[in-house]
Design a binder for this molecule. Sequence first.
Ligand code: BGC
Length: 771
Amino acid sequence: MKQYLKMDEWKIIENHFDAENNQISESIFSIGNGYMGQRANFEEQYSGKSLQGSYMAGVYYPDKTRVGWWKNGYPEYFAKVLNSTNWIGIDISIDGEAVDLAKCQVNDFVRILNMKDGYLQRSFTAKLPSGKKIKVDAKRFVSIVQKEIGAIKYSVTPIDFDGVLTISPYLDGNVKNTDSNYDEKFWDEIYSNSAMGEASLTVKTKKLDFYVNSSMKYDIEQSGKKINFNARTKLEKKFVGNVVELKIKRDEDTTIYKYVANVTSRDYKIDELENVGKTILEKAFDKGFEELLNEQAEAWHNKWKESDIVIEGDVSAQQAIRFNIFQLNQTYTGEDDRLNIGPKGFTGEKYGGSTYWDTEAYCLPFYLSTADQKIARQLLIYRYKQLDKAKENAKKLGFTKGALYPMVTMNGEECHNEWEITFEEIHRNGAIAHAIYNYVNYTGDKSYLGQYGLDVLVEISRFWEERVNFSNNKGKYVMLGVTGPNEYENNSNNNWYTNRIAVWTLEYTLQVIDYLKNNEPERYAELHNKLNIKDTEISKWKDIIDNMYYPVEEKLGIYLQQDGYMDKEQILVKDLDPKNLPLNQNWSWDRILRSCFIKQADVLQGLYFLEDRYDTATIKRNFDFYEPRTVHESSLSSCVHSILAAKIGYYEKAYEMYLRTARLDLDNYNNDTEDGCHITSMAGTWMSVVQGFGGMRVRNGKLVLNPFLPGHWNSFSFKVMFRGTLLKIDISKENVVVTNEAEQELTITIYDEDILIPGEETTVIVNKLRN
Ligand code: BGC
């Protein structure tokens, strides 16, 4: 854990340069707009420790798999989000001496991520090895108004000398991925051009043929006035740029405004790329930096209007939750249904930028409640479009029918290669089915079921049908050799969660079939034919629903994580010498597998998803048994525990669990923020506040709230968008104040009572869960 950032409600602030923290800060201060992302690398050259990262969403590389012992069924490649053309580069030198913070004495360093307005800012003074002192101010953003545009304002002021400043803005395609398996560079040059004041570079991936064109244009001001300048052009392999030499005078600033458009063959025809890029760039250039930044700020303010959470009385918590919301909105905007949310978003290379079950299990609720429903719908469409690949995946593993969605994917193909995850962690299929339920339950958009939902549900159900087998011994259906969400157990038989979510999928599929038969008979007839739904399979599904085996521990009245779990030596985490923790860094894998310790919510994940089917006493018994055995070594663990703890009235526990992830990256809690931020777990943190502390659910088409105030806060409020109505819910010790920001009225349930909230009005209810 490392706390070096300053507290502020709207900003992340680093006010001291420490090269040791640089890579962590590069992750934390990342900027993105759902289309591209940029780590907080410096514009000027830097020879210290750094992970250079410029990412274009959906532009990836199938890096050849590296694995010690090949198993049939492994994917041939691991899809990597690519480190693309470095578009931020502006080299600076003074009288021929390069500015490189690793070689200078740095003072007054401040780096700020302005979350309210959506930009990154940095300033410092540097004493160069020659003794000359300069002051630098830099500001940059990637636009959420015009997604292809990145803009930089970079000023240099000599403090104690007159001299010559050389500014070299450039675009550099000589980049590689730090995590490339065979140290390959993934890009070839296709086109390059450099002229006075502008340059353009098109590169293409060596496989899959993604083309990316980056075009730059810039102008320069001295003491606030635009100047005419001469530039030398630079045209090298995969590198284009300009070199400008300017006389500078003590205390007079020189400012370069660099504008870049990044366009890709995912959106435009290859032979149009340079022209499209140029047109978009010219428009941005004509607007100028300040106007672009104003637009950016306004667009961010609008996002905040729909998604902000305000916490009074705890600046650290306030900063953290806004950081999480900011990063989630930087990562996914729902504009493109071919994109999804990588566990690290655009903040690093780890997890390859690929899609995991994290999206359905943890991220969907955030986008459902903080934006128009079409945004969350896009996440579902992504899986719908990949259904054929999921069917191929099931075939590849030897199934005769059905769909198995990959554990890790970019384009629908599996790209993870650990047998216990690739082949066994099949519960992901359940989360994808559950997301359809979650979306329809939240939005009421039942049209989704006939349009897209049933196709996915039927194919997942078919997979479950074939994946279970009837045990003559037990006289029940069983599911053998799986890995549940708790990855600290592999090859288990009858993981309760997996059996449960499989049966739930079958039940829900049958319900949806009934719904469509009764409400959209024509569409159902079409789907019945298209999907070739047979009566025999429907009766088989019913048989599995009625006769599935679930491991239980009768004496304790709990569901058992898997067969044989109680044979393990039962130790609680609190009784472990803390020096063993985290287990995954201190214990052999063998020891972890034999122990009773749980990585993340497993049985409890099921109780969270299917909460309505279990009474509070059951949830409590299972929580009391499993949480003390859980080491929470996945950042996705705490949110589920926090929400369930709140549900069963363990308010302190709910808060403690929330704290574990709220500042996970800001305080580098797991010592791994330098690899990138935990984007998907940030959605979990949001869930802890809204579903945990706010007790928000949707039942029978109604929004339900059961809010309590964590003891450490004076009050908190959150915004939710529910079926076209934007609500603000304010929770203080005394009251729950609901403001309906829409015109239409809405009836919601608060503390089990139905309350009508008229449009544009505020309703005050007494807080019944005073903590
Ligand atoms: C977790 C998985 C998760 C993955 C990516 C793992 O550590 O156990 O549940 O999908 O990280 O976030």
